[in-house]
Ligand binder design. Sequence first.
Ligand SMILES: [Fe+2]
Ligand SMILES: [Fe+2]
Length: 148
Amino acid sequence: MTEPKRTQREDMEELVQVLREWQDLEDSGIRTLCKLRSQTKNRLLRQVMSIIMHDSSQHRRVQAILLDGLTKEAFSLTPEEVGEIWTGIEEHEKLERASIAKAHAARKSTRDPIVRFFLSYLLADEEKHHRMLEGLEDIKRDLYPYGW
Ligand SMILES: [Fe+2]
Ligand SMILES: [Fe+2]
C-alpha cells in the first residue's frame, strides 16, 4: 500500500515545527555555554564559548527569519529589486574573496595551534559569506531564466 501523499501544508507545518524545536536547541545551547564560560577563568576558553554563543544567537535569528517568512509574511523578491543592488553585491563579493585569501595567507604563516584554530574559524566564516552570495546568484538566475 502506498502512503497517502503529504500536502504542501503538512510539509510546511512540519518545517515550522522543526524550526521551533531547533530554536529551543539553540536556546539551551546558549545557556549551557554561558554556564561553561562561568566555570573557567581561562581567557581563551571563555572567548571560544562567547564566539559559539554569539553564533548560536545568530542561528536563532535566522530561524526566526524563516519562521516569519513561513507563517507571517511570505518572502518576495523581484528581478528589479535584485538588479538595483547587484553591482554593489558583486563589488562586495571581491572583498569576501580577498578576505578568504587573507585567511589562507595568515594560516600559512603560523604553526601556533591556537592561532590556527581561530584563523580556521574565520576562514570557514568567510567561505560561508562567499557561498551565501553564490546562493543569491543562483536565486537571481532563477528570477532571470533567460539571462539579462
Ligand atoms: Fe547553531
Ligand atoms: Fe566576510
